[in-house]
Design a protein around this ligand. Structure first.
Ligand code: IPM
Ligand code: MG
Length: 355
């Protein structure tokens, strides 16, 4: 029997709600494959602060390092908002990403045709569907650069640092992905201002030479943010640094109807981490209201990228599609005439469609 050890980090807010539904889906995959999943639960984020006084306990990181893959719900909440920067729940995410060497964050923004009504853009802009892959650098840039405060002049600073190796490896991931898509890469930066962006451009020009069949262009991030709304169909693969990727992926998620739809895979290390791109939504935590689809689609990415189970990955994606086609909607993607369901019902329905 083929056994996979998965570390499960539910985190805070709606984290436990949505993660439970992804486990349901994996249990269903066990029924239709010869793979068995062993789940071990560890804490990170606000719950870990409350229990151990640290957002990312050593034993959580150690367990993740040994796992075949990691599922994460969401971290953070108002309760921990006043803690110092390095003690906040979000620090757990950075610790995991950095600690596991997960420099490549794939965030596919796909608009399901059934959710066209939930997308705020006009039909003539969005067409029938939308499929953009955002490749976000995840372990460097301003998130990991030196930061601090200077009491003398009452100032604060954060540093956007990149070296060539960090830029090159994420570009390669993006260019490789584009080969199996429309062979179109857009590198988003702020090269009219930032020196680190100018280095990104130099390295891109070098890397692009190895991919002559891929069309590559550059956009400044402000323009890219505008173009995502004006003409999102021009994009296939967007490759960008850490903070720009954070911002643009939230923006792109609205094109798909709801931030509750966007999954992610963080790759590049010995194993990988899978999480929805949304936050912990404390206002609806534990109320059976959250949309579990982003997490379930992250599970599909896990099957594909960590376990080479492409067939099963597609089954999960098709099951999500079938649930949407049948008219089931959580509150965030609800429109008139559809069937409003809760987190658990949505999980059950999707799991049942997996055959
Ligand atoms: C994300 C989130 C995180 C980030 C936060 C919670 C630290 O917004 O995964 O997009 O900024 O990377
Ligand atoms: Mg974000």
């Amino acid at each position: 029997m083929n056994k996979k050890n998965i570390v499960v980090i539910e985190g805070d807010g709606i984290g436990p709600d949505i993660v439970a539904e992804s486990i349901k889906v994996l249990r269903k995959i066990e029924e239709i494959s010869d793979v068995k999943f062993e789940f071990s639960y560890y804490e990170a984020g606000g719950v870990a602060i409350d229990k151990y006084g640290h957002p990312l306990p050593e034993k959580t990181l150690e367990a993740c390092k040994k796992a075949d893959a990691v599922i994460l719900g969401a971290v953070g909440g108002p309760k921990w908002d006043n803690l110092a920067g390095d003690q906040r729940p979000e620090k757990a995410l950075l610790g995991l990403r950095g600690g596991l060497g997960l420099y490549a964050n794939l965030r596919p923004a796909i608009l399901h045709r059934q959710l066209k009504d939930a997308c705020p853009l006009k039909d003539e802009i969005i067409g029938d569907s939308l499929d953009i892959m955002i490749v976000r650098e995840l372990t460097s840039g301003i998130y990991f650069g030196e930061r601090g405060r200077n009491k003398a002049d009452k100032s604060a600073y954060d540093t956007m640092y990149y070296n060539e190796e960090e830029i090159e490896r994420i570009l390669k991931v993006g260019f490789e992905i584009s080969l199996s898509r429309n062979k179109k890469v857009c590198v988003v930066d702020k090269a009219n201002i930032l020196e680190s962006s100018r280095l990104w451009r130099e390295v891109t020009q070098r890397v692009a030479k190895n991919y002559p069949e891929v069309e590559c262009n550059f956009l400044y991030v402000d323009n890219a943010a505008m173009q995502l709304i004006r003409n999102p169909k021009q994009f296939d693969v967007i490759i960008t640094e850490n903070m720009f990727g954070d911002i643009l992926s939230d923006e792109a998620s609205m094109l798909t109807g709801s931030i509750g739809m966007l999954p992610s895979a963080s790759l590049g290390g010995k194993n990988a981490l899978y999480e929805p791109i949304h936050g912990s939504a404390p206002d609806i935590a534990g109320q059976n209201k959250a949309n579990p689809i982003a997490t379930i689609l992250s599970i599909a990415m896990m099957l594909r990228h960590s376990f080479g189970m492409e067939n099963e990955a597609q089954k999960v994606e098709k099951a999500v599609d079938a649930a949407l086609t049948a008219g089931y909607r959580t509150g965030d993607i609800f429109s008139k005439g559809m069937k409003l369901v809760g987190t658990k019902e949505m999980g059950d329905i999707i799991a049942n469609y997996i055959k």
